[in-house]
Design a protein around this ligand. Structure first.
Ligand SMILES: *Cc1c(COP(=O)(O)O)cnc(C)c1O
Length: 376
């Protein structure tokens, strides 16, 4: 008997508490959480600073709506855009919502509606975000998609050139396709995207919902590429476990969203903002990001030396790492769970490692030992 919809293939583990990288189930068994709740719990579970931020804010004010000014939102917007080419932020509650706002902003600003995205991308489950998602399985059964989206092969310069012209409003992409298999953008393709955007006045929307906020070792993943976005969407890691999304955009887009053009009741709620500000304060510290990069190199090196190179290849950046296999990986994920390591797939053939950004080298060693055990 269940009262829940069947839309998630839930695993039979009931997690009841977490501390750092470790989560504990109702039987007292500990697991290393290399999912971070799908790239969400960026500072680990129950990080004292975010617990404190939430406790303090919860005693002051929970909700006021966006009818009133918010110096706290101002401050978070400044933290997110400082030393970038982006100037303004708008807060919402999830990744899909941030992408909906991005699509609306791009259409309204350009007066055009054609949006190019890529195969294997993932942008969310709402109608706009779903239409942008280049995977049939996500769209099946939901009737006609929102019009004017076209999913091109990723990293294919030729088809990009063929598809770009002055009638394109925006190109929407992930720097690393995360759900789609941990596929990174190639430098030559990034250059071609920028050339197309400049030549045809196309806006570039980068979906950093999964890759943003330090996940790849820099504040945003695009900083490691030639890409210069006009619009960036964020969510997942931004709230460290508290639901929040954000849209960032460049100077020229300010007037497009005037009063009444777009909005949400909960977006930028004081609880969410206080937690996100704390997360960003920690993660955007250059020493913290440096540490993420070092742990990433260490993790990838250990995986490369412990796993057979002919069967597995290691991809990704920062602490978004994919182990590509030529076999289906679902049984490995189950086996890892039995041995106390929680993992998440990306597609059918890729194990995705997404530990909290605060993971220790010892925890990486433990996880690699379990992976070696299971995969060899
Ligand atoms: C998870 C994800 C989304 C959707 O975010 P939700 O908060 O689940 O709506 C969008 N884009 C990317 C790249 C994601 O990883």
């Amino acid at each position: 008997m269940t009262y829940l919809f069947n839309n998630y293939a839930r695993r039979a583990v009931h997690l009841v508490k977490g501390q750092g990288t470790v989560v504990t189930d109702d039987k007292g068994k500990d697991y290393l959480d290399f999912t971070s709740g799908i790239a969400v719990v960026s500072l680990g579970h129950a990080h004292p600073a975010i617990v404190k931020a939430l406790q303090e804010q919860s005693e002051k004010l929970w909700h006021i709506s966006n009818l009133f000014e918010s110096p706290e939102q101002e401050k978070l917007a400044e933290s997110l855009t400082k030393n970038t080419d982006l100037s303004y932020a708008l807060f919402c509650n999830s990744g899909a919502e941030a992408n909906e706002a991005a699509i609306k902003l791009a259409r309204k600003h350009t007066g055009k509606h054609h949006i190019l995205s890529f195969k294997q991308s993932f942008h969310g489950r709402t109608f706009g975000a779903m239409a942008a998602t280049g995977q049939d399985k996500i769209q099946q059964g939901f009737g006609p998609m929102l019009q004017s989206f076209e999913a091109l092969p990723f990293n294919d310069v030729k088809s990009l050139k063929q598809a770009t012209n002055d009638s394109v409003a925006a190109i929407m992409l992930e720097v690393i396709q995360a759900e789609g298999g941990v596929n990174s953008i190639e430098p030559a393709f990034a250059e071609a995207v920028m050339a197309a955007c400049n030549e045809h006045n196309i806006l570039l929307i980068i979906d950093e919902v999964q890759t943003g906020i330090g996940r790849t070792g820099t504040r945003y993943a695009y900083e490691q590429t030639a890409l210069k976005p006009d619009i960036v969407s964020l969510a997942k890691g931004l709230g460290g476990g508290f639901p929040i999304g954000a849209l960032l955009a460049g100077e020229e887009l300010f007037d497009t969203f005037g009063p009444g053009a777009h909005g949400t009741t909960f977006g930028g709620n004081p609880l969410a903002i206080s937690v996100a500000q704390t997360v960003v304060h920690h993660v955007f510290d250059p020493a913290f990001l440096q540490d993420v990069q070092e742990k990433s190199e260490y993790l990838k090196k250990q995986l490369q030396s412990e796993l057979p190179n002919d069967k597995y290849s290691i991809r990704g950046q920062g602490l978004l790492v994919g182990i590509h296999s030529n076999k289906e990986i679902a049984p490995f994920i189950q086996a890892a769970e039995k041995q106390g390591l929680l993992l998440v797939p990306a597609g059918t053939n890729v194990i995705r490692l997404l530990p909290p950004l605060t993971v220790s080298k010892e925890e990486i060693d433990q996880a690699v030992a379990i992976l070696k055990n299971i995969l060899t």
